[in-house]
Design a binder for this molecule. Structure first.
Ligand code: ATP
Ligand code: MG
Length: 389
């Protein structure tokens, strides 16, 4: 029975109002999908633990851990050795399975948990017996019950015993899919992928909407957005992306609207189109990467003007964050390097020299009267390309 498993223990994780069973079922579904390329696994839940057991001999455990680490809804997990429920087997397993950390540490302690109360030793007895064995095997060690460098865990459960070292932190949050769906307006910048990640963390399943203005924006700019979505997908799971042709709309704005309002009229078109695509795809909200004061189109007044045409709530998870804080998250989730590649976004194509920072909704409405708004929207939506990730 010398095999490894992953134990996911969300403990008494407060699932306020959320049915624990559903939460775990969605989590298992997401884990199953994420681990599929790495082999066959079985997923079992028992005693508020999810067990991931490999069906094949020896999966790539480092890769498995790396993927599990990115699945939302897990506060901590451990890789563990499965052992027979028999003292000498447990002692032996602890000494060999944790050999590396035991050699590296100077102090340690053993913690035991006994879910199976029929096991002949009590938890303190088990700790003492395993501890003594390890001290004999690794004489450089001393026991420190208060602040050990290494804690060796022994868990006696229904079908087997498990030996493992310290838990690894999980990604936290809620399993994607427990929080409904939302459409993220995804540019190639730094902020919107971070915003997408943050909402996925709250259990929201994502759809992406990207506005492209060929030939002003290139094929490579679009590739960049796709790779960003793939990187976010390591956390957010399945997504689809709607690529909206935006050239005609931008050209019409450029021809017929006052220059200082270009950006805001354009952003209102984005909101209108994204709202409709979101509604068509069962999404209950929009997500953007806006942060107050970052650029002229992100003042409170500008945000009022863009919100006025959105037909769904707009989530802006980075609204109160500094660029540095957003960048720190982008680096951590692996999107930063891609985001800073220098491909033009449609926003930078028709940039006014002196954008209005205190616009009024009436001014924008007036400017938009010069445009066939509904026709332009219908044309763009009719030509949307959808891709699955
Ligand atoms: P980002 O880093 O996300 O590009 P930004 O600081 O460059 O943000 P803006 O370019 O003003 O800010 O865009 C504000 C928000 O509008 C973005 O965070 C994104 O949600 C959305 N957005 C901008 N350009 C596009 C686009 N081409 N396609 C889809 N959404 C976009
Ligand atoms: Mg941008």
């Amino acid at each position: 029975m010398q095999k490894e498993v992953i134990l996911i223990k969300n403990g008494e994780l407060a699932l306020k109002g959320l049915n624990r069973g559903t939460f775990e079922d969605v989590l298992i579904k997401n884990l199953r999908w994420r681990l599929k390329p790495l082999g066959a696994f079985t997923f079992r839940k028992a005693q508020s633990t999810i067990y991931i057991e490999p069906q094949d001999a020896d999966p790539d455990w480092d890769e498995v851990s790396e993927r599990v680490e990115k699945v939302f809804g897990i506060s901590a997990f451990s890789r563990a050795q499965v052992v027979e429920k028999e003292l000498s087997a447990i002692q032996e397993a602890a000494a060999t399975y944790l050999e590396k950390p035991l050699r590296r540490a100077k102090t340690f302690k053993v913690e035991a948990k006994r879910a199976d109360k029929k096991f002949p030793l009590t938890s303190p007895q088990l700790c003492a017996q395993v501890g003594e064995y390890l001290l004999e095997k690794y004489p450089h060690l001393t026991v420190d019950v208060h602040d050990p460098e290494l804690t060796v865990w022994v868990e006696i459960r229904d079908f087997a015993a498990y030996v493992h070292g310290p838990q690894q932190p999980g990604a936290g949050g809620m399993p994607v899919g427990t929080g409904g769906r939302a459409a993220v307006l995804l540019s190639g910048g730094i902020d919107s992928p971070v915003a997408a990640y943050m909402m996925a963390k709250r259990g929201i399943e994502l759809m992406a909407v990207h506005f492209a203005s060929p030939p002003y924006t290139s094929e490579r700019a679009e590739m960049k957005v796709k790779s960003l979505l793939e990187q976010v997908g390591n956390y957010a799971g399945h997504t689809t992306m709607c690529i909206v042709p935006f050239t005609h709309i931008q050209e019409e704005i450029g021809k017929h609207c006052p220059e200082e309002l270009f950006t805001l009229v354009m952003r209102r078109f984005m909101m209108r189109i994204a709202s409709r695509l979101a509604e068509q795809n069962d999404c209950g909200a929009l997500i953007t990467g806006e942060s107050v004061g970052q650029v002229a189109s992100q003042t409170i007044g500008a945000l009022q003007c863009t919100d006025a045409v959105a037909t769904l709530p707009v989530f802006r998870p980075v609204i109160g964050m500094d660029k540095e804080e957003i960048i720190a998250i982008a680096r951590r989730i692996g999107t930063f390097e891609t985001s800073i590649q220098p491909y033009e976004d449609c926003c930078t194509v028709f940039t006014p020299r002196h954008p209005r920072t205190r616009p009024r909704v009436e001014e924008l409405e007036k400017a938009e009267q010069q445009l066939p708004v509904e026709e332009l929207i219908a044309e763009a939506i009719a030509n949307v390309r959808t891709e699955r990730f």
